[in-house]
Design a protein around this ligand. Structure first.
Ligand code: ASP
Length: 330
């Protein structure tokens, strides 16, 4: 565990004036180290710890009194629900402390939108919870991680960020957890909030919110699933020639007891406006008749309106998993 600023060099009155922010490290490219020349692409994700990331962001200690903890060290393509559970519990406990302003999580860019949306579903709106990521490893030429981390701390320490739900700060933009998606494999500006656009900006001029979103409705909150394993929800896609063979295979394996936990839900990435190939639809109807919950999204982005308004399919999957877990607990 690291504390910033270094108390040895500061008077208690200096640190007392700063907002208190928790920074949780989980790995990702932001903590990556190049394995060849720093200008080339090869690197190992999750190689540095959170103390090293904070130390590489000059001036960050003037923004907030930071407490940095390493919660996990993984490439976020390998994200697991156990890490989500631990993150949510840690943040919930921390936010209860009266002198705490907010929390920052450093994360891999691949699944940051999933972790952000999961936290949005289980944490009440209140003190800022801000995720950040990077597209270049920490040792790359012009690494983007230090700037992104600096901006994320600015947002977490800002009173204006409170009550807006879980936020992601990358490349100078503040995105909402429901809207953000990774839209480019390599560009520094890899994230998009689609038609709705980012909520605001963070940079050398400070933090500016340009769009208001309604504070997330408390009625939409779902409990953190208490026990492992969480209900199994699989993602399937509709496409030319989609005949439901994948769904049939899942149903068969589940009924033979080969899937642990068994299949509880399916999310369909439909075409365009959420339409589904007729052959796949027939098998989905059969799945529903056996008690499997089926939810529909689109492979071209979030559908407007309805239960899963604006959510892409990976986020619908998280929502359905949490809903099924809540039903199981009741
Ligand atoms: N695979 C990396 C991760 O998600 C990519 C990144 O962080 O940019 O952890």
């Amino acid at each position: 565990m690291y504390f910033y600023p270094d108390m040895k060099n500061l008077q208690p009155s200096d640190t007392a004036r700063l907002p208190k922010v928790l920074v949780l490290g989980t790995g990702g490219t932001i903590a990556g180290v190049s394995t060849d020349h720093p200008a080339q692409g090869a690197y190992r994700a999750a190689a540095l710890d959170i103390g090293q990331l904070v130390a590489a962001a000059p001036g960050i200690e003037r923004l907030a009194a930071l407490q940095a903890e390493q919660l996990a060290s993984l490439d976020s393509k390998d994200m697991r629900v156990q890490v989500w559970g631990a993150l949510a519990s840690r943040i919930a406990a921390w936010r209860e402390q009266p002198d705490v302003a907010g929390c920052v999580i450093t994360h891999g860019s691949d699944t940051v939108e999933e972790t952000a949306y999961f936290l949005q579903c289980v944490l009440p709106a209140g003190k800022p919870v801000v995720l950040t990521a990077a597209m270049r490893p920490a040792t790359a030429l012009s690494a983007d991680g230090p700037r992104n981390l600096y901006d994320a701390v600015q947002v977490a320490a800002s009173a204006d960020a409170a009550g807006r739900g879980v936020l992601c700060v990358v490349h100078g933009r503040v995105h909402g957890a429901c809207d953000i998606t990774k839209a480019h494999p390599t560009a520094l500006d890899a994230f998009s909030s689609g038609e709705r656009g980012p909520l605001g900006f963070a940079g050398s001029q400070g933090v500016l919110f340009t769009r208001n979103v309604p504070a997330p409705n408390v009625a939409c909150l779902l409990p953190i699933p208490p026990a492992q394993p969480w209900p199994r929800v699989e993602l399937v896609s509709s496409h030319a020639g989609a005949d439901g063979a994948m769904v049939r295979a899942l149903l068969a394996a589940s009924s033979r007891g080969e899937l642990v936990p068994p299949l509880a839900g399916l999310v369909v990435q439909g075409t365009g406006g959420g339409t589904v190939h007729e052959d796949l639809q027939q098998v989905l109807n059969e799945a529903e008749a056996t008690g499997v919950r089926v939810a529909y999204g689109s492979r071209v982005g979030g559908l407007q309106g309805g239960l899963y308004d604006g959510l892409n399919a990976v986020k619908i999957r998280i929502r359905l998993m949490l809903e099924l877990a809540a039903d199981r607990a009741n």
